[in-house]
Design a protein around this ligand. Structure first.
Ligand code: NZQ
Ligand code: ZN
Length: 388
């Protein structure tokens, strides 16, 4: 049965080949000072930077740049960004990039007018903003995180070996996001497929939870089927607009909070993956891929009915004459084969994890309570070991 909820998603999306027209529609609504946030320079090579700059100039904005946001943005970079945004007296923070750039922009937005240490306040104590929030907008260039239409903001603290996400309320969501699937065509294959698996993982984190009959589960099965099909097309033909546009839209729905309404969710794969990220700085989607099969095989007996349903509804397993366990296991086998066909990293060794790092990884893993099994530290260690 659906639980009670309040739902609002305030992000305005501009989607498609003409999506940049949306930026022009929106810019006049904001003040003069724009902090333009981006990553390591891919947007300069593929021409997106030039398009954004032209729009900002057309509307007479004072542009202040904050470049060099790294994948898995760090707390040190956040402190730097807050200083830049203060110096710029930013009226709008425009993030042009992937989830890292967008997450970082949100973290800056809630810290500019706040005297407290943002790491302590938002990522350790999980407090809500109590200060004025600078509006954030996003031009998305990498598909996967859903950051373009949610309040998620993940920051890494290497000194503390912690990678932590704060899910902010709707006041921190991007005011608008520009989604042009063609902007993602220049992604290297490694990043592209990591993003595909991030989407898959977001859906599964919300699907593998609860035993009730729930509309969201049917929606998620549809999203998963679309993703599995389109990802297989895109990996062979990366410039296939049909596939890439479907994937971009699926990514947004996977984590714009709609499918989580009124139901339990898990998120333990992300906690395992984020621990790996904190210790290795590996690509987010690959950290998830490397731990997923061991995790799902471990929890399958605790959520058998749902794993059986997943096998039949998503992977087309024929259940006739088979035990529930056999059907569920066949679904996971098909999932693993699909993951391998995309070229995902399927073990932690390939991400630089060694056996003697496991105790540290366990300490860095938050334990969630919404899935089919609340893991003990020993079980977490066992899953990491099985993922090596
Ligand atoms: O920095 P540049 O030079 O731009 O290169 C980036 C970066 O190296 C490159 N890239 C992006 N768009 C490109 C491109 N290269 C060529 N052409 C393009 N069009 O891709 C690399 C990865 O970018 P990044 O933004 O790090 O990837 P992603 O979107 O996967 O974001 C990962 C971050 O988001 C967090 C992750 O933990 C990680 O820190 N997450 C955020 C979530 C949220 N907001 O809700 C949820 C997710 O589960 C995730 O945890
Ligand atoms: Zn993710």
């Amino acid at each position: 049965m659906l639980g009670n909820f309040t739902y609002c998603n305030p992000t305005r999306l501009y989607f498609g080949k003409d999506a940049m027209q949306g930026l022009e529609k929106e810019l006049p609504k904001y003040g003069k000072n724009v902090l333009l946030v981006y990553g390591g320079g891919s947007i300069k090579k593929n021409g997106i930077y030039a398009q954004v700059k032209a729009a900002l100039e057309k509307y007479g904005k004072n542009v202040f740049e904050d470049a060099g946001v790294m994948p898995n943005p760090t707390v040190e970079k956040l402190y730097e960004g807050v200083e830049r945004a203060r110096a710029a007296k930013a009226d709008l923070i425009l993030a042009v990039g992937g989830g890292s750039v967008c997450d970082y922009a949100k973290a800056v937005s809630v810290s500019v007018h706040c005297d407290e240490d943002p790491w302590e306040k938002y990522y350790i104590r999980f407090e809500e903003p109590t200060c004025e929030i600078v509006p954030v907008a996003c031009v998305l260039t990498m598909v996967g995180t859903g950051s373009e239409m949610n309040g998620g903001s993940v920051i890494t603290n290497h000194a503390q070996k912690l990678k932590i996400g704060h899910v902010f309320g709707t006041e921190v969501y991007p005011k608008f996001s520009v989604l042009n699937p063609e902007f993602t065509f220049t992604l290297p294959k490694y990043q592209m497929v990591a993003g595909f698996y991030d989407i898959m993982s977001h859906i599964l984190e919300q699907y593998f939870s609860g035993t009730d009959d729930n509309t969201s589960d049917y929606i998620m099965e549809g999203l998963l089927r679309s993703l599995i099909h389109s990802a297989s097309v895109a990996v062979e033909d990366p410039k296939n607009y049909e596939a890439r546009s479907n994937i971009m839209w699926t990514a947004t729905w996977a984590l714009n909070t709609l499918v989580a309404m009124g139901k339990d969710t898990d998120w333990e794969v992300h906690m395992l993956g984020q621990a790996v990220g904190a210790h290795t700085d590996a690509t987010h989607g690959m950290t998830l891929a490397a731990v997923s099969m061991a995790y799902y095989r471990y929890i399958m007996p605790y959520g058998l009915a749902k794993f059986r349903r997943y096998a039949v509804s998503v992977w087309g397993v024929d259940p006739a004459g088979k035990t529930d366990e056999a059907v569920a296991a066949e679904g996971l086998e098909r999932m693993e084969a699909w993951m391998r066909s995309l070229g995902l990293v399927m073990n932690l060794t390939d991400l630089g994890v060694k056996e003697d790092m496991i105790d540290g990884l366990v300490k860095s893993t938050l334990v969630m309570e919404g899935g089919y099994k609340v893991l003990t530290p020993e079980e977490i260690a066992q899953i990491f070991r099985a993922s090596l």
